[in-house]
Design a protein around this ligand. Structure first.
Ligand SMILES: [Zn+2]
Length: 381
């Protein structure tokens, strides 16, 4: 018996050396996971998104798994009582090229082709991805990148102005993205939008109609920490748009708009979000129509029909009643006197149409189509 034990021990040590065990790590920018158990026999990883004391919803995970080449891995996420379920997570081997798991189940499987695999609830878009993008676009003479403020965590919240030097231009468009940190899709749409605008042959003429102000990541702290940010305590960013906001970024955006409105007219406000990852709306996004406000209603309808026509993607308007004492950004800007419309878009994580998946290319394409629609729409100004 004793002999058998030693033989087994030696085999075990030997096989451990030959076949190193699966290890999970999340000690990188935006990394987030709480591993509950790894079953080495069946290659099953039980996990849940990790949340810090300010965050309440388990909406985001992003982690690496090492020593997995040629293994069929089973992933079992949990924490569903407050988890935004994703049944089509994203995975990558190099954190540059991302693929989607095609699954109808919240548990999923991936056959790993390389030693290290990365898995995330959706396509990650990190603070450093934004920095790289800003470094690229600020080479354009029409782009200014500025510091809006510092976040509660001491991180810089940047904003972008796309403008020509014509002093006659009076109208502007404001876009916010990532008020909820895990809603990464909007940054890919935004890249497509900005790239299209700033590389247009007629950029100077386009910017004779309006200039654009963009805050590409409102909640930088939670993006950096890999936290969801949705319904965070003490304030969710998109519930802080009162006349006395608490969060630095919200305060500074309100202040910026107030000062711009002394000389210019805010014509369109966009707040870009994403649905929960388990929601399939088969559209490019839905948006709020405060239906009793007729002028806004028709303007917004015209605009989205334009986006739909140009992109071929379906539109689903959501008729939302103005809610007192809930301080959404779109409600805050909707009150502005010169505004054509104020709207939230919720980009979809999964399918455009049945079997056609939202990938990064399609998201950028959508950004381009929104830019084209905006340019056409602006002819009325
Ligand atoms: Zn959101």
């Amino acid at each position: 018996m004793r002999k058998l034990f030693y033989i087994l021990l030696i085999i075990n040590i030997f096989s451990l050396r030959l076949y190193p065990q699966i290890t999970v790590f999340s000690d990188f920018e935006g990394g987030n996971v709480n591993i509950l158990k790894i079953d080495a026999l069946t290659n099953t990883i039980y996990f849940t998104p990790d949340i810090d004391q300010n965050n309440t919803l388990r909406c985001w995970y992003y982690f690496g798994v090492a020593n997995v080449r040629n293994k069929k891995l089973h992933f079992v996420p949990s924490g569903y009582n407050n988890l935004a379920k994703a049944y089509m997570p994203a995975y990558s081997y190099d954190r540059k090229h991302w693929y989607r798991v095609i699954s109808n189940n919240y548990n999923f499987e991936i056959k790993a082709l390389h030693d290290t695999l990365y898995v995330a609830m959706g396509y990650p878009y990190l603070y450093s991805d934004l920095q790289n993008f800003l470094n690229k676009i600020k080479k354009s003479p029409f782009v200014q990148v500025k510091q809006l403020t510092k976040s509660e965590g001491g991180n810089i919240v940047p904003y972008i102005i796309i403008k020509n030097d014509n002093p006659e231009v009076r109208n502007y468009v404001l876009i916010l993205a990532r008020q909820h940190a895990f809603e990464t899709l909007s940054n890919y749409v935004l890249e497509g939008f900005i790239d299209y605008i700033i590389t247009s042959e007629n950029l100077k003429q386009i910017l004779n109609k309006f200039f654009i102000v963009i805050v590409p990541i409102v909640d930088v702290d939670n993006v950096i920490k890999g936290q969801s940010g949705r319904m965070q305590k003490p304030y969710d960013f998109n519930r802080d748009w009162s006349d006395t906001p608490h969060l630095n970024a919200v305060k500074k955006i309100e202040y910026l708009v107030d000062s711009l409105n002394k000389s210019y007219k805010l014509k369109i406000f966009f707040d870009w979000h994403s649905t929960y990852p388990s929601v399939d709306s088969n559209i490019f996004g839905f948006f709020n129509l405060y239906y009793f406000y007729q002028k806004q209603y028709h303007n917004l309808e015209n605009f989205w029909n334009l986006v739909s026509k140009l992109s071929g993607f379906k539109v689903l308007p959501i008729y939302t009643k103005f809610q007192k004492n809930v301080f959404y950004a779109d409600q805050y800007f909707y009150r502005m006197k010169d505004i054509d419309f104020s709207c939230t878009i919720e980009f979809d994580w999964n399918y455009i149409e049945k079997k056609q998946i939202w990938d990064i290319k399609n998201l950028r394409f959508l950004g381009k189509k929104i830019a084209q629609a905006l340019i056409i729409y602006s002819h009325r100004w």
